[in-house]
Design a protein around this ligand. Structure first.
Ligand SMILES: [Zn+2]
Length: 693
């Protein structure tokens, strides 16, 4: 239930269903442009003209902004996306508060009750440990390995997402992702993913650097503190045992970079096979407790980790496992417990791991939690107020232009054989692009929300989400389902579904602004649209055919060419060193880096096509191409605290923003626009510039 990291993506006055009070509030924060765009649609004052674009494009586009910007104390980073996130959270908060007067039993009232229960800190304080007691008693009552397996099975949730949101982390022993089967895309399959670590990645347990050793010491102290807050005796000793168990789990985990390799992950195991392939855990008991007793087949994403973890379930003392379960139960639900728990959770997970000095205000956390639990219901309110049909239509036009430009790019790839080209075009034609919000909304009527029971509401919401996912196993594939909420400042490609979601909250200034020349929109949101389209053709996406089946549709020569280009991009990113002791992992970030280069090139083409012979604009002395690239560089502006940046480099599929901005160095047009010459730091000789699509 901790807030999740973001994955790999205004308003006319539609005031339906809002009361007068909400109207006043909405007007006060609502319809202005985002603060950092000047009158001309870019932050020209944020540019540092003392930096040569060819030496450091990110600092050229953002240097003055970087120099004067302080990261807010409740954030681990700040920039364009965070600013929009903050604005959207405020708007969402107002919409939820306005829903308080909705009729009992209505969806709006369910949202309001969920939020209000979380906000009621006095009630939570008064309940103290009461919500935990029955759950801790269940753990106390475990007497054998079958009981342990049932308890572990009971923690399984739909809390990972391998290919869409690329969320590969769960602190539960395993995570489940229900998605289109990769070998037979006519049905859904359950994907089992490694988990069980309280820290973000195996590297936090195994990396010998002094920085990581410090974090490990802090984590052990955190485990002891959490147990002691719940009045569980012997915390120090127990913390040692729990930590050591997790360290052993980390040893059998595979790395993030390896987990991203689809061909290594697509392993089908029958339910009966688990006992031989991964002995130790009582699998029938585990699956029965997880509601999966009837499931005949699974996809085991990291077989080595599943076997290794299963063996530990048999060999590590039962009492250690019980301490492990107690700790994780409390740690993962701390947000719904009294302040002492909330503060301890913050001190480790946000302060130590991300460097954030101050906890977010309660209302911000309440909005995030409500979005987690009832995301599309909240999204329905959001788009009715903040995403007018004109903006949806304008975004759809832009998407069509990007798709058309991508088709032309495919036609022009000199190295690609006609047969491969035909299949790439077929894939582009079946791409399903969703703009703003889904065609069909999720139904939350089965979720029980009890006013005054924040803890129970959160548990029920997770279980509701899990069961909704299990129910998909018996249903046909639904390509209209979304993987993000409309009120999220982000976008996503669903590679196996060959679909894209562009949430409404991403489609607002300064990403997408009806009041400025479109060239700046193409540099900002256009490059993101191109990025998401390109994910269908990145190193992972390119493995799926137009039906979503994992099968190689390339000629051997074409695929070798594609892989060689990817290899050069890996080398380019491996050479970036955000810290002396740590470099960017070019392999781990390859999909995103391919999507960035291809998306940027696609968007530039699409903008040129959209001119239809009109003159290109000049603004504040900048040419149209300069405006395009500056807009790209400013959309990626971000200042990050050191621990958070370290965490990103280790665990994220995205390279740090500054290197993503510098990927302009792969486009010839950037050299022309800024007169970049040999000898400048970002200069690449033409053969070294990576052109993948
Ligand atoms: Zn991406």
């Amino acid at each position: 239930m901790q807030s999740q990291r973001l994955p790999r993506c205004a308003a006319a006055l539609t005031l339906a269903a809002l009361g007068g009070l909400a109207l006043v509030a909405a007007l006060s924060t609502g319809i202005s442009r985002a603060a950092n765009t000047g009158g001309n649609g870019l932050d020209f004052a944020g540019i540092d003209r003392a930096v040569a674009p060819g030496d450091d494009f990110f600092r050229y586009a953002n240097g003055s902004w970087l120099a004067k910007t302080e990261i807010p104390p409740d954030r681990s980073s700040w920039g364009t996306a965070a600013e929009l996130d903050e604005l959207t959270a405020k708007r969402t908060d107002e919409l939820i508060r306005a829903a308080a007067s909705a009729a009992a039993g209505s969806e709006a009232r369910r949202i309001s009750d969920y939020y209000a229960s979380y906000m009621d800190a006095a009630r939570i304080e008064q309940l103290a440990l009461a919500p935990l007691v029955p759950l801790l008693k269940k753990i106390d009552a475990i007497t054998d390995r079958a009981g342990l397996a049932r308890a572990l099975g009971g923690t399984l949730r739909a809390d990972v997402d391998i290919l869409n949101n690329t969320k590969l982390y769960t602190e539960n022993l395993f995570g489940l992702w229900v998605a289109q089967d990769l070998s037979d895309p006519t049905h859904y399959s359950p994907f089992l993913v490694q988990g069980g670590l309280g820290m973000p990645d195996r590297d936090y347990y195994l990396n010998p650097s002094p920085k990581m050793a410090e974090v490990r010491t802090a984590y052990q102290a955190h485990i002891a503190a959490v147990l002691s807050l719940a009045h569980i005796g012997g915390g120090q000793q127990k913390a040692k045992g729990v930590f050591e168990l997790e360290r052993r789990i980390a040893e059998v985990h595979v790395s993030r970079a390896e987990s991203e390799q689809v061909l290594k992950g697509n392993n089908h195991w029958s339910a009966a096979e688990f006992a031989q392939r991964a002995p130790g855990l009582d699998w029938p008991a585990f699956f029965a407790a997880a509601g999966l007793a009837q499931q005949r087949e699974f996809v085991v994403w990291q077989p080595g980790a599943v076997s290794g973890i299963s063996a530990l379930v048999a060999s590590v003392p039962l009492e250690t496992w019980k301490d492990y379960l107690r700790f994780h139960l409390i740690d993962s639900t701390s947000g719904y417990l009294p302040k002492a728990f909330v503060s301890e959770e913050f001190a480790f997970h946000q302060h130590v791991l991300s460097g954030t000095p101050e906890q977010q205000a309660r209302w911000k956390r309440a909005v995030a939690e409500t979005n987690d639990a009832l995301g599309e219901a909240v999204g329905k309110l959001y788009v009715a107020r903040y995403f007018p049909p004109e903006e949806k239509a304008r975004a759809e036009t832009m998407v069509r232009n990007l798709v058309a430009a991508f088709a032309i790019r495919i036609d022009r790839l000199a190295w690609m054989a006609p047969v491969t080209r035909g299949k790439a075009k077929a894939k582009l034609e079946t791409l399903k692009v969703g703009v703003g919000y889904p065609d069909h909304w999720r139904d939350y009527s089965g979720l029980e929300v009890v006013r005054g029971d924040a803890f129970g509401n959160a548990r029920r919401a997770q279980l509701f989400n899990y069961r909704s996912n299990l129910a998909k196993l018996a249903r046909p594939i639904d390509r209209s389902e979304w993987a993000m909420n409309p009120q999220l400042v982000n976008a996503v490609n669903l590679p196996a579904m060959n679909a894209i979601n562009f949430p409404a909250a991403y489609l607002q200034p300064p990403n997408f602004d009806p009041q400025r020349d479109p060239v700046m929109d193409y540099g900002a949101i256009g490059a993101v649209i191109g990025h998401e389209i390109s994910h269908s053709f990145d190193d992972q996406g390119a493995l799926f055919d137009s039906s979503g089946k994992l099968q190689n549709w390339w000629t051997k020569e074409d695929f070798a060419h594609f892989e060689a280009a990817g290899k050069r991009l890996i080398e380019q990113f491996d050479a970036y060193h955000p810290f002396p002791d740590i470099s960017v992992n070019g392999r781990q970030t390859l999909s995103e880096n391919i999507a960035d280069v291809a998306g940027l090139a696609d968007s530039l083409d699409a903008w040129r096509l959209s001119l239809h012979g009109r003159a290109a604009p000049i603004e504040a002395g900048y040419s149209a191409e300069q405006l395009f690239f500056l807009s790209y560089g400013q959309a990626r502006r971000r200042k990050v605290r050191e621990p958070a940046l370290r965490q990103q480099v280790v665990t994220d599929g995205h390279a740090p923003s500054e290197y993503r901005a510098d990927t302009v160095r792969n486009l010839d047009a950037w050299y022309d626009a800024f007169k970049v010459v040999p000898g400048q730091k970002l200069y690449l000789a033409p053969p070294d510039r990576v052109r993948i699509w």
